[in-house]
Design a protein around this ligand. Structure first.
Ligand code: MTE
Ligand code: MO
Length: 383
């Protein structure tokens, strides 16, 4: 593989793996803005960053179980109505390092910043599918297509040197309300190479692994994509499954991410002064659900106070407000008293009343995915 033509990156990023390049911003920088700057947005790759330099000749082919396969140029995509969707992308491996401290897991280690919130600009996939004769709200095409597969141009060793790929159900892809995008902009700028130039998929509310970068083709297929990252990775197993007894086919590919939150204003171990400290961070509910509550404890989880929440600075967030960015994270803040050295804990609740699990042990899995356990930081009170 050729890693000699990687793009330049922000010096503040913490590099978790160099080749393929995997990096996240420091905790404290993650929540300084509601919309994450492109430079600081986590980068998660499975191969070298491809170079697409001839935008005139670039095209996406749409084919498979449809009547009218087509090649779409960038112009065809630019000509469709443009939508700006504020959506949080989170890697299923976010917070993996903490899970690996219980027992070893396989995969790149991440602290709590394999997540970011961006304004993605692009065409709705539902509109693109209409160009090839698939009406809105279709779950099966006449020739039996039920899933939409996205294939990239990057080369991954997990795919034996083939491209990264993933799929989502056609019912979601053709539903304009699901806001699935073929995005060519991130925060108002053309996508950069790290994030999928010239075109990537954004599947809001779903683990980052399904938002395929550097899109090359779209296939309408009968069964979910059989690629490595759908079938041999990014699946959830119980703590009893190990590398000797694993049966991949018994589990479904992870799609929606579950309610998550983390404290970004404190590191392990911070020495703080007596008195009030500010506990702030992010909370993200998958599947388009809202964040109902964020609870903070300064005594390891015995007693709790509620944090204030916001998306737009200065405007309190109310979970059922129709003006919320429904696919985006919510930032939280609580001023608490930490009179002695202690463990500060955060847990969130979504609008379906799902609560984060208390301990990482109970959700441990060999791939180290979906660590959504209560986020805890140790603080020591000093002078
Ligand atoms: N798309 C391609 N083509 N190749 C990849 O390695 N990684 C996926 C997804 N799309 C990946 C990809 C994973 S696991 C995640 S979490 C997100 O992209 C990360 O997107 P980002 O690097 O823009 O943050
Ligand atoms: Mo990921």
């Amino acid at each position: 593989s050729d890693y000699s033509r990687e793009p330049a990156r922000h010096p503040c990023l913490r590099i978790n793996a160099k080749a393929p390049f995997n990096a996240e911003p420091p905790r404290s920088m993650l929540i300084t803005t509601y919309v994450t700057p492109v430079d600081l947005f986590y980068k998660r790759n499975h191969g070298p960053i491809p170079i697409v330099d001839d935008i005139e000749r670039y095209s996406v082919s749409v084919r498979g179980l449809i009547e009218n396969p087509k090649m779409l140029s960038m112009k065809d995509i630019w000509d469709l109505p443009k939508y700006d969707v504020t959506a949080t992308l989170q890697c299923a491996g976010n917070r993996r390092t903490a899970m690996s401290k219980v027992r070893t897991v396989k995969g790149v280690g991440w602290d709590i910043a394999a997540i970011g919130n961006a304004v993605w600009g692009g065409a709705k996939l539902a509109d693109v599918l209409e160009l090839v004769g698939i009406p809105k709200f279709t779950s099966t095409t006449q020739s039996g297509g039920k899933h939409v597969e996205f294939v990239s141009v990057d080369m991954c060793k997990e795919e034996n040197g083939g491209p990264y790929k993933a799929s989502i159900p056609l019912s979601q892809a053709s539903n304009p309300e699901a806001d699935v995008l073929l995005a060519y902009e991130m925060n108002g700028e053309p996508l950069n190479r790290d994030h999928g130039y010239p075109l990537r998929v954004i599947v809001p509310g779903v683990i980052g692994a399904r938002s395929v970068k550097w899109l090359d083709s779209i296939n309408i297929i009968a069964e979910p994509c059989q690629g490595f990252f759908m079938q041999k990775d990014y699946k959830m197993f119980p703590p009893s499954v190990n590398w000797d007894n694993i049966e991949w086919s018994t589990r479904r590919p992870i799609m929606d991410f579950p309610i998550q939150c983390a404290i970004c204003s404190l590191e392990d171990i911070n020495v703080i002064k007596h008195g009030k400290i500010t506990v702030s961070g992010y909370a993200a509910a998958g599947g388009g659900r809202g964040v109902e509550r964020v609870d903070i404890s300064v005594d390891g989880g015995k007693t709790w106070v509620e944090a204030s929440r916001y998306q737009k600075p200065g405007i309190p967030y109310v979970s059922d407000d129709e003006n919320n960015d429904k696919w985006a994270w919510v930032l939280f803040e609580a001023k608490v008293d930490a009179p002695h050295s202690t463990e500060i804990v955060a847990k969130a609740v979504d609008t379906a009343a799902n609560v984060q699990p208390e301990s990482v042990e109970e959700i441990w899995n060999l791939r180290g995915v979906l660590n959504t356990s209560w986020h805890k930081v140790q603080v020591r009170v000093g002078h």
